[in-house]
Design a protein. Structure first.
Length: 154
């Protein structure tokens, strides 16, 4: 019996999660999922300069540049590059990190509001809601991301 490599399995898991995010934003008729009215473009691999896995367009809401991470862990380089690309058009682009919701249900959205601070427990980000196109909390509130993992120290 041939075992699949962890790299291939991680790629498949990431792809499945990206499709979960797409279904949430754009919907899926086959699965009878009503979307939020977005048109979503998937950048397979997203190893290029933009670092956005998905780009979501809506007729009346800002463009979302989305980095999808199942566990919510994102390197400093990816965070900073996504924030930088979105800052080219700050009036129309929002940099967003999408991760699995509690117990793998749903999608958790976090808006990146600045470059990532190495080794800091509080990062420049806030909850985000693509349903209304505005942050979930005021800019005075901040989202605390636990950065205990060595993966964060990039």
């Amino acid at each position: 019996m041939i075992r699949r490599s962890n790299v291939a399995n991680n790629y498949r898991k990431g792809t499945r999660f990206e499709h979960k995010v797409i279904d949430h934003l754009a919907g899926n008729e086959r699965l009878k999922i009503k979307g939020l009215g977005y048109t979503v473009v998937r950048a397979a691999g997203s190893k290029g300069d933009s670092k956005a896995d998905l780009i979501a367009f809506h007729p009346t809401l800002p463009i979302l540049l989305i980095q999808c991470k199942i566990d919510g862990k994102i390197s400093k380089a990816e965070w900073d590059r996504l924030y930088e690309v979105a800052s080219w058009y700050p009036a129309v682009c929002v940099p967003v990190l999408a991760s699995n919701g509690l117990k793998g249900r749903g999608v958790t959205w976090v808006r990146l509001t600045g470059e990532r601070v190495p080794y800091a427990r509080v990062q420049p980000c806030e909850p985000y809601s693509p349903e209304v196109g505005i942050p979930g909390l005021t800019s005075d509130d901040s989202m605390i991301i636990d950065l205990q993992s060595p993966d964060y120290h990039g």
